[in-house]
Ligand binder design. Structure first.
Ligand SMILES: [Cu+2]
Length: 134
């Protein structure tokens, strides 16, 4: 599936730090449900700052976007099934630069998942999306 990462306040809008100004950031997937098994994520950063994609399990009782945020501005990545954070490459790296893409292929059992960007402050700014695997 394709994932688009965005943030407001890019250079065309006067620049500045999107994170510090609290501007909205978004993670949009072109599918909300996939079949269990192997899924490939092709992640494009359409924003003006570095982003990433992390695939986390979402417990039955948890609502997407409500995981506790630590003092470092990030949420707990324990149980991550994979991430795309490599500019123009596969798997984990230093983040996907603006205008670039990254990708990852993961094997997902049926269940609920949360697709997030876990760079400091980005989850709190809105970079999460629910994925259901049947
Ligand atoms: Cu981000």
């Amino acid at each position: 599936m394709n994932i688009s990462l965005t943030n407001m306040g890019g250079p065309m809008m006067g620049g500045g730090s999107a994170q510090m100004s609290g501007d909205a950031m978004r993670l949009r997937a072109d599918q909300g449900t996939v079949k269990q098994g192997t899924t490939s994520f092709f992640v494009t950063n359409n924003g003006s700052v570095t982003h990433e994609l992390v695939v986390l399990p979402l417990p039955e009782s948890q609502i997407v976007g409500t995981q506790p945020i630590g003092g470092d501005g990030k949420i707990d990545e324990t149980g991550s099934l994979g991430e795309a954070s490599n500019t123009c490459g596969q798997g984990s790296g230093e983040g996907i630069l603006p205008g670039a893409s990254g990708w990852v292929t993961v094997t997902l059992p049926s269940g609920r998942y949360e697709l997030i960007c876990n760079l400091p402050g980005h989850y709190a700014a809105g970079m999460y999306s629910q994925l259901t695997v049947r």
